[in-house]
Write a protein that binds this ligand. Sequence first.
Ligand SMILES: NC(=O)c1ccc[n+]([C@@H]2O[C@H](COP(=O)([O-])OP(=O)(O)OC[C@H]3O[C@@H](n4cnc5c(N)ncnc54)[C@H](OP(=O)(O)O)[C@@H]3O)[C@@H](O)[C@H]2O)c1
Length: 315
Amino acid sequence: MIDLNAAARRYPSVLVIGGTGFIGAHLVARLAAAGRRVIVPTRHASRSHRLSVLPTVEVVEADVHDVTVLTGLMARCNAVINLVGILHSRPGPTGSRYGQAFARAHVELPKKIASACLAAGVERYLHMSALGALVHGSSMYLRSKADGEAAVRDIIPAATIFQPSVVFGPQDQFLNLFASLQRFFPVMPLGGAEARFQPVYVGDVAQAFVNALEHPVTFGKTYQLGGPTVYTLRQLVMLAGEWSGHRRPIIGLPPLLARLQAFALEWVPGGPLMSRDNLDSMRQDNILSAPIDAELRMIPAALETHAPAYLARRA
Ligand SMILES: NC(=O)c1ccc[n+]([C@@H]2O[C@H](COP(=O)([O-])OP(=O)(O)OC[C@H]3O[C@@H](n4cnc5c(N)ncnc54)[C@H](OP(=O)(O)O)[C@@H]3O)[C@@H](O)[C@H]2O)c1
């Protein structure tokens, strides 16, 4: 068993960049529960009340792209976790591998963070990537995540990198989205219906970071994270419908229609619901190439353990 208090003594103060999001909220709560002081920079402090009420958590409004700001934050911590990620970016100029928004969030920012760690003498750095991150990956998202990993490794070889499949939990943007869509529409036209995923519970992803933080065997390693079961997208949409009480017929779309649908969904008010790049990501199966490494001491929960309850609450 890990002695959490000893670990907290080793890394008593952790900077969690991207800590206000879906996964971040779980991770920050667990770090705080283990007795650590946690600093969480955000662009919008007013939206982070849930975190700022935790006793050892300090939410600060800060521009983490500014190296001087980063250096100031690093001076107050012993370990850094970077969870920043986005799902959508316009394409870059012809010939570029991804758009500017992906380059900024997934490559340039990790580079700045890792360099700032080095300059500040912070040796422990954990980095969030994504399953399927490949230099020649099928989407801009996956290619930019791969370049971010490479940049991090180059600067801090001992960094620990995580690559989860799709993450589920009460505030997820995946099963909840498919549940909502089925509530309002009589049928579900679906692109990439046969793409395969291995959904992993948000609490397990958070715990993997907590376990790795102080565990030297994880230094310099990259870990894939997934749940116990592989599902097609069609199966996941069907389960989301069933568990939320609004199961609709699913119509798998051929590639051209799927692309047209994704293009249309890029323009919905309030931001893309889905993009052609998301569809490109699904050309690669999002499943683990091997079982989760035992040294992470993680027994992933099944989708059935958590998802039916939170999806039923939406009904
Ligand atoms: N959710 C999944 O299924 C899944 C699967 C695989 C990998 N991942 C990766 O896991 C990480 C966290 O995912 P999540 O679902 O928790 O994301 P999320 O809920 O969207 O949270 C994203 C976080 O990143 C910050 N952020 C976003 N854009 C930024 C920018 N341009 N500059 C600075 N900060 C920015 C946000 O901070 P503010 O407070 O400033 O808004 C927020 O804290 C991401 O790297 C994602 O790629 C997620």
